[in-house]
Ligand binder design. Structure first.
Ligand SMILES: [Zn+2]
Length: 477
């Protein structure tokens, strides 16, 4: 039996508005629990929601970035479920008429382009957050997140492997960041993913029962959960038990490294959707859509092409840089201070990324672009050596000082004074007659040893190229 994997995604993205979707409370992450709440977002009786216009603009921006049709006449619906994170016991969402529909996004699968259809993008409000205390039978609730505007993006079941799903998510995240729709900080929950997965025989046209895995908070988790669930279903099919797969909602259990059942999947009728009577019809003017379209920024793919053409940097480095909008912005900011773009790209994607590794994907670079440009220039002009440059880089990450100040403080200036180096080299040669002997017998390596000794004597500050030239001249005498 040849099986293929069918994956569809539902992605919840917090919009980058300053205030919540139906009240004036701040959307800022963190803070004291329940600090950013009011009678509206805690669902007190007698309050009425007022729609935040910025929510609609950002949702349309997302729709346009994903090539969707925008629906001009919109309504909101109540989706009911009882859970303490939902103060009103219903969520204001959009049910049968989403704001955006029939879009698509192109993804790059190792050089091959694939179009993935987007079924819909709709607006809704986020729920609060439950905090389960570890050693007490108590659960706390924080409503700071309740009422933060979300869009839910639903793809067609067109992804064919866990890897493809992750590639899609990465591209989506980049586009949403570039367009300013969301900061997409996964560790803060601004981008969360539910996945639907089923298997079927190759050639079969209908879909088999699918399983939903909810609340995946990192690309790593998405990949692991999908692979594990794919394996679980495959084994059931291979043992003739495919029909025992239930439509259910599972979650990823990090400790068990497996998916575990949460609940049997609700059907939409379980949510008792009906029209939200407290919000009027939302009519969108064509001019508003046009205005948004006219102001769409340069998309990641176009920017990659431009960067390659404009600066002539390496393709793999361009890929690393465009992945995060603030990274490519940083690169271009450093370039404006002059210097060789190729060198700048090297320093950022090799040396700087090495230093930032393990600090999370969305980490900001604490070095002023001007300072990094200065540092690279100093290395290029050989006023400091490359190893010394790496040392300065480390210092720049923790200190707000200019590279020149750090070089002065640490006495890192490269010695390029020929006379000074000649004196040291002469001493080293006199102290190491064996190495000179070896060189004369044809061991070219002996020069390297002598250069190393001079470098040691200068505490790494000697200009290695100059030292090499001096030593070569001396030993040939
Ligand atoms: Zn509020």
């Amino acid at each position: 039996m040849r099986l293929e994997t069918i994956i569809g995604l539902e992605i919840h993205v917090e919009l980058a508005t300053k205030s919540k979707i139906f009240c004036n409370c701040s959307t800022v992450f963190g803070g004291v629990p329940n600090e950013n709440t009011c009678p509206i977002c805690t669902g007190l009786p007698g309050t009425l929601p007022v729609l935040n216009e910025e929510t609609v603009k950002l949702a349309i921006t997302a729709g346009k970035a994903l090539n969707c049709e925008i629906n001009l006449v919109n309504k909101f619906d109540r989706k009911h479920y009882f859970y303490p994170d939902l103060p009103k016991a219903y969520q204001i969402s959009q049910f049968d008429i989403p704001l955006c529909k029939k879009g698509y996004m192109e993804i790059d699968l190792g050089g091959n382009q694939k179009i993935v259809n987007i079924t819909r993008v709709h607006m809704e409000e986020d729920a609060g957050k439950l905090i389960h205390l570890e050693n007490e039978p108590v659960t706390l609730v924080d409503y700071n997140r309740a009422g933060v505007p979300l869009i839910e993006i639903v793809t067609a079941p067109e992804l064919r492997s866990p890897e493809e799903a992750v590639t899609f998510l990465k591209s989506l995240k980049t586009i949403l960041q570039y367009t300013g729709v969301s900061d997409c900080k996964m560790q803060e929950g601004s981008l969360r993913c539910d996945v639907n997965i089923s298997l079927r025989q190759v050639g079969q046209e209908t879909y088999n029962t699918r399983v939903e895995i909810k609340n995946l908070n990192s690309f790593r988790e998405v990949l692991k959960a999908l692979k594990q669930e794919e394996k679980r279903q495959r084994e059931l099919y291979l043992h003739g038990k495919g029909d025992t797969i239930q439509q259910e909602t599972r979650r990823w259990d990090e400790n068990k490294q497996n998916t575990v059942i949460m609940r049997k999947k609700e059907e939409s009728q379980d949510y008792r959707y009906f029209l939200e009577p407290d919000l009027g019809t939302l009519v969108i003017e064509e001019s508003m859509i046009q205005g948004i379209e006219d102001n769409l920024p340069e998309f990641p793919r176009a920017r990659r092409e431009r960067i390659l053409k404009q600066y002539g940097i390496k393709e793999d480095q361009a890929d690393l840089l465009i992945r995060e909008k603030h990274m490519i912005n940083y690169f271009e900011a450093v370039v404006t201070f002059g210097g060789n773009p190729l060198e700048i790209s090297n320093w950022i994607t090799v040396e700087l990324f090495k230093e930032l590794k393990g600090k999370g994907e969305e980490v900001r670079i604490p070095i002023k672009p001007k300072y990094l440009a200065e540092l690279i220039k100093m290395v290029q002009e050989e006023s400091i050596s490359r190893p010394a440059g790496k040392l300065v880089l480390k210092e720049l990450l923790v200190k707000d000082k200019s590279p020149a100040e750090i070089v002065g403080e640490k006495d890192l200036e490269q010695i390029s004074d020929v006379q000074e180096l000649e004196t040291i080299a002469f001493n080293i040669i006199t102290e190491n007659p064996q190495a000179v002997e070896d060189y004369k017998k044809g061991k070219a390596k002996a020069v390297g040893y002598l250069v190393g000794q001079v470098m040691k004597a200068t505490k790494g500050q000697g200009n290695p190229q100059l030292i090499k030239e001096i030593i070569e001249k001396e030993v040939q005498k």
